[in-house]
Design a binder for this molecule. Structure first.
Ligand SMILES: *Cc1c(COP(=O)(O)O)cnc(C)c1O
Length: 386
């Protein structure tokens, strides 16, 4: 995790040149932590009174990729670019590659990066890979939104439309990419690098909580609520937070009722060996970022020892949360990203705190808002029903 931090620091000046949107953060991948007092007191979804402050971690506002996938995706592609340059003898491992050098860009154009996605990971990997000069094939599942595919094509990525869900897309992408001698596959069902990239968010959250003078310790616990697809992004964030806070962090994952991939994998103990279709569920949900039937083998093997709980939500609740957040705070986030918003109410109402002998008033709730800033206006109005 510490090495990962160094890699991001090393390449931040280049990111800020490659992406003008990242100038303001000096090339750092950061998002605001915002308290949502109005939402926390709305009649429908508020937790009981005096049950701690509620914050939204605004990864929906991450620049360039517009979702939490910026964290894992940028990290893995930067690491691969660096590794490739070391392997080819352009730099030594401890040196930094000049990502702005046209010669490097030309060399990268002989290599292909492949990724499979329901949308957002594709956007993240597609955009940064194309910008660095790589050829990039994004294998999109059938449920991927049209606007995400169009945006990718605009950014110079090659979109390959798979004939089924995420499981079908990733099998095709993996097969085609690893059979290509100059191919590199970003494997969302297995990737340790994506996971490490997500874990970097823990440093940032710790810094933000420190600045806000919010103590986190076993008596003042941090409750984190994360939408879960394959489990890489919520798992990476959780693993990172555990390194910094140990048992003071409690993490709850959220999945759609039609696609509870991690819940199914952990409750049966079968992890990636079982998918939601095996238990008769269809994996259909409006929350495209969570439309995943099988958990990541790497993430589930770590998450099963760290996660405090998992709950599920139906699509109508996700859409209702989306509208309520907008009405209360004026913030628009995509359906997948709303899943954690009901967490504080659910957990406070459960016996979790009594079992763990915790005082509700001393809890800090962080709801991870995982995506949304790239959603086009016409789709926003459609989702909001305005
Ligand atoms: C990808 C994604 C998730 C879930 O991340 P996983 O790594 O698949 O578990 C949640 N929300 C949004 C908006 C996403 O794009």
């Amino acid at each position: 995790m510490e090495q990962g931090k160094k890699l991001l620091e090393k390449y931040a000046p280049y990111l800020s040149e490659l992406f003008p949107e990242m100038k303001v953060s000096n090339g750092r991948i950061t998002s605001p932590l915002q308290e949502i007092k109005n939402f926390a007191s709305n009649p429908q979804y508020a937790p009981a009174a005096n049950s701690g402050r509620m914050f939204l971690k605004r990864d929906d506002a991450l620049s360039v990729a517009g979702s939490i996938k910026a964290r894992g995706g940028f990290f893995e592609v930067l690491q691969w670019a660096h590794h490739l340059a070391v392997q080819k003898g352009f730099i030594k491992d401890e040196e930094t590659l000049n990502l702005l050098d046209p010669v490097i860009k030309k060399i990268f154009s002989d290599y292909t990066i492949g990724v499979a996605s329901t949308g957002n990971l594709g956007l993240s990997i597609g955009i940064i890979s194309a910008r660095l000069g790589f050829r990039v094939n994004v294998y999109m599942s059938q449920d991927a939104k049209e606007w995400k595919k169009n945006l990718l094509r605009e950014k110079g990525a090659n979109v390959v439309e798979a004939s089924g869900d995420f499981g079908v897309a990733i099998a095709k992408g993996r097969d085609e990419t690893i059979n290509n001698p100059t191919g590199y596959f970003v494997d969302d069902e297995n990737s340790m690098l994506l996971f490490l990239g997500y874990s970097q968010a823990a440093y940032e959250l710790q810094e933000q909580l420190n600045v806000a003078s919010i103590p986190i310790d076993e008596e003042h616990p941090l409750f984190v609520y994360s939408p879960c697809g394959v489990g890489g992004s919520p798992g990476g964030v959780l693993w990172g937070l555990k390194q910094l806070y140990g048992d003071a962090v409690h993490s709850f994952f959220v999945e759609p009722t039609h696609a509870p991939a991690m819940l199914t994998g952990l409750i049966t103990g079968e992890k990636e060996k079982i998918c939601v279709q095996d238990i008769g569920l269809d994996n259909h949900t409006e929350a495209d970022g969570l439309a995943v039937g099988r958990p990541s083998s790497f993430a589930s093997s770590i998450v099963h020892r760290l996660v405090s709980g998992i709950y599920t939500l139906d699509d109508s609740t996700l859409l209702s949360l989306l509208k309520t957040l907008y009405a209360a705070e004026g913030m628009f986030i995509e359906p997948s990203a709303t899943a954690g918003l009901i967490g504080p109410q659910k957990i406070i109402a459960s016996d979790y705190l009594t079992r763990h002998k915790l005082d509700p008033a001393k809890v800090t709730h962080v709801v991870w808002s995982t995506g949304g800033s790239l959603v086009p206006n016409d789709i926003r109005t459609q989702l909001l029903g305005i």
